[in-house]
Structure formats: structure tokens, C-alpha cells
Ligand binder design. Structure first.
Ligand SMILES: Cc1cc2nc3c(=O)[nH]c(=O)nc-3n(C[C@H](O)[C@H](O)[C@H](O)COP(=O)(O)OP(=O)(O)OC[C@H]3O[C@@H](n4cnc5c(N)ncnc54)[C@H](O)[C@@H]3O)c2cc1C
Length: 374
């Protein structure tokens, strides 16, 4: 019998635990450890902020779901891993002390490194959890005129909700007859040139920006935020009346004993095995792959990690390999919604599609996830 710990109850952890439960004999013991019993469907948080979804639409109770799939669930905070002793040290929660494992799947996502930007915590909204998204929604409701700045800091690696927020704000102001009193600017630390490194994706997004009168500024690396202004190291400065920024990301601090890099991300190979640790796999935002961090990547990485872990337990060679692709919808709310698919490792031109269908498809995907995983 093997004891398998799955750390994290997000996209990566849920998919890995489900696949392990499906493919392993019942003699093996699978336990998920997560700091909260709630699964958060992050792609729904922009809709939550704009009053188009409720708290219940974007967060679901995990414990019952996991138990129904024969996965134990422990609500607890992971402090660190001891790979030599094969144990996980719990800081606090439903259990105390250590949990031992034979095999581990690390899926603790990323940490928000707001401390890297002076004034971020005090003066910027973000929407990276349910409460913050609702608080940003209140600020949106109170915004009548002036300059709205929406963007991401260097290291944020999450452009999708930035663009969706700018489009949602433009639509809302239009509906309220206030659009002419407000300027909307999207800022990005990325160098000038095609967005997502692809001319096709860039053209589709630029066209949507033009439709909504949204200005896009590249090469804006935020270093400081004051009550009404956002600044870069090179002296650029924008005044704002409403600010929503995605803060810098870093890997989970619990990952450091597993040999994480300077930003705290874990090095894995294409089988999703952690390079410097035995019997440890990782999936999701916690791994050290280039480009944006997206939920569908976490899902595919978790499938690969679980398939290879099952093979390892059964004494077989790895059976699955991950290839790094972006496949996402940027929901503009109507016919300017953009779908694209791009292979990051080969860097071939993206497959880009635009139309109202993709806005609808993104919502259907949310419902599909809910009905199949929870
Ligand atoms: C606002 C927003 C919009 C997004 N939109 C899209 C989109 O449209 N399309 C897309 O593909 N992706 C989108 N993403 C990205 C996507 O949500 C992430 O890539 C995905 O959630 C990563 O999954 P994960 O399992 O790696 O991490 P997470 O979903 O973050 O899960 C990590 C889990 O670990 C737990 N945890 C963390 N630290 C500890 C600890 N120390 N102890 C115990 N438990 C811990 C957390 O509670 C959580 O359960 C969006 C993200 C956000 C924030």
C-alpha cells in the first residue's frame, strides 16, 4: 500500500487526486491537504467583481467531493516539505505535526508577492481571491469618472483577467451612459511588440481595445504606487482614480526544500517529476515553465503527473509527457471575445478565433467544470 499526499485543492490538486483515485487500487491511500475546503474557480472572479456571478458560482466545497471519490481531505496549512524523511510539516489546521508520504504531488499554486511593489497593499485593488474581487467590485460601482488603470506588475504572469477587467469596465460604463467621462488604460510590463509574443493574438486584442476606446501601454514596470499615482523605475507616471493591478507572483515558500529556483518555482521535467526530489511530482502555477500561468495548463500537468505516478507505483516507466501550450478565451462580453491556442515551446503562430461564441463558451466551460469535478 502506498500513501500519496496531494498538496493543494486547486485545479492541479483536484485533477491529480481524481485521476489517482480512478486509476489506483483501493489498497492505496490518497489524501489531499489544502488550507481551505473551498475550491475557487478563478476564471469567474472578473464576472464576480462585476456582479455577473455570485460567491456560490465561483467557490465550491471540496471535502464532500473528494470523499465521494475516496480521497481523504485535510484542511491544513502546509509549512514545508522534508524530502529526505518523506514528510510534510503542517503549520496548523485539522491535524498538527507531520504527515508522512510515499509519493507526493505538489500543487500549492503561487504566492502573491505584493511586498515587491511599494504601496501595492495600501493603494491598489486586485482580484486574486473572492473577497478582494468583491471589494474591487465595490470600487467599480463607485467609479463615475476619471482615469481607470488596469494592469499587471512584472512577474504577474496573468494577463487574461487584466484584459477582461478592462473590457468589462468599458461595457459597464457604456451601459450606464458614463463612458465619455472615463479613460481606461491597460498597462503591461511586457516589452513593446506583439502581445503573448504572437501577431495574430495581438491584432485581435488591439482591435477589441479600439472598439472600446482602451489605451494599451507596454513596457510599464511598476515599482511604486501612491494614493493617486503609479510609477516605474524609469520615471513614467500615471495618475489614477481607480486602480486594479495583478501583483507579482512567486512560488510557494513550502517548495524551497524541493530545490525551487530564486522565485520559488519548482523545476520539473516533461513527466512533471520534480527534478531534484524522489517520488515527488508537481503541477500548476507552482512549476517553473515560461509564459503565463493558466488553469488549463494546471489541469493537463496534473493529468500527466498522476498518470506517471501511477506508472511509478506499478513499477513502469513514465507513460505521459507534458507539452506547454496556451489555450484560452479572453472574454470581452460579446463579438470581440478572443480564443487562441499557441504552442509555447515551438512558438508556431497561434490559432486565433474571435466572436461572441467564445464568450458563451467560457461560461459553459465554467458550468462543465462544476458539473464534472464537484
Ligand atoms: C482572476 C483570475 C482569472 C483567471 N482567469 C483564467 C482564465 O480565464 N483561464 C485560465 O486558464 N486560467 C485563468 N486563471 C489562472 C488559473 O486560475 C490558475 O492558473 C490556476 O488556478 C492554477 O491552479 P493551481 O492548482 O496550480 O493553483 P490554485 O488554483 O491557486 O490552487 C492552489 C491550492 O493550494 C492551496 N494552498 C496554497 N498554499 C497552501 C499552503 N501553504 N498550505 C495548504 N494549502 C495551500 C490553495 O488554497 C489552493 O487550494 C485566472 C486566475 C485568476 C486569479
Amino acid at each position: 500500500m502506498a500513501k500519496i499526499l496531494v498538496l493543494g485543492g486547486g485545479f492541479g490538486g483536484v485533477v491529480a487526486a481524481e485521476r489517482l483515485a480512478r486509476e489506483l487500487d483501493e489498497q492505496h491511500q490518497i489524501t489531499m491537504v489544502s488550507r481551505s475546503r473551498n475550491f475557487v474557480f478563478y476564471p469567474g472572479l472578473v464576472r464576480l467583481a462585476f456582479g455577473k456571478a455570485s460567491r456560490a458560482d465561483v467557490s465550491f466545497d471540496l471535502r464532500e467531493t473528494m470523499l465521494s471519490r475516496k480521497v481523504n481531505f485535510i484542511e491544513a496549512e502546509v509549512a514545508r516539505i522534508d524530502p529526505e524523511q518523506r514528510k510534510v510539516i503542517i503549520a496548523h489546521g485539522e491535524v498538527e505535526g507531520n504527515l508522512v508520504y510515499d509519493y507526493l504531488i505538489f500543487a500549492l499554486g503561487r504566492r502573491l508577492a505584493t511586498e515587491k511593489i511599494s504601496g501595492f497593499f495600501e493603494h491598489s485593488h486586485h482580484l486574486l481571491n473572492v473577497d478582494k474581487a468583491l471589494k474591487f467590485g465595490q470600487a467599480v460601482a463607485a467609479f463615475n469618472r476619471g482615469h481607470a488603470v488596469i494592469g499587471q506588475c512584472e512577474g504577474a504572469r496573468l494577463p487574461v483577467p487584466v484584459f477582461e477587467t478592462a473590457f468589462a469596465l468599458a461595457r459597464l460604463l457604456d451601459e450606464q451612459g458614463k463612458r465619455e467621462y472615463a479613460k481606461i488604460t491597460v498597462i503591461s510590463p511586457d516589452p513593446p511588440g506583439p502581445m503573448f509574443g504572437d501577431p495574430g493574438i495581438s491584432a485581435a486584442l488591439q482591435s477589441a481595445f479600439r472598439t472600446h476606446g482602451i489605451r494599451y501601454i507596454a513596457d510599464f514596470s511598476t515599482t511604486e504606487i501612491t494614493p493617486g499615482a503609479i510609477m516605474t523605475r524609469t520615471g513614467l507616471e500615471l495618475n489614477f482614480n481607480l486602480l486594479m493591478m495583478v501583483p507579482p507572483f512567486a512560488g510557494s515558500s513550502a517548495a524551497s526544500p524541493l530545490g525551487s529556483n530564486h522565485d520559488g518555482y519548482l523545476s520539473v521535467d516533461s513527466t512533471m517529476r520534480v527534478v531534484d526530489a524522489d517520488r515527488v511530482y508537481a503541477a500548476g502555477d507552482c512549476v517553473n515553465f515560461s509564459g503565463p500561468k493558466l488553469g488549463h495548463m494546471a489541469v493537463r500537468q496534473a493529468e500527466v503527473a498522476a498518470a506517471n505516478l501511477v506508472a511509478e507505483i506499478n513499477g513502469r516507466e513514465p507513460v505521459a509527457h507534458y507539452s506547454h501550450e496556451m489555450r484560452t478565451v479572453i472574454d470581452e462580453g460579446s463579438e470581440d471575445s478572443v480564443y487562441f491556442h499557441k504552442d509555447i515551446w515551438t512558438n508556431e503562430a497561434a490559432d486565433v478565433k474571435q466572436g461572441r461564441f467564445w464568450s458563451w463558451a467560457k461560461r459553459v466551460q465554467e458550468k462543465y467544470w462544476e458539473s464534472t469535478h464537484l
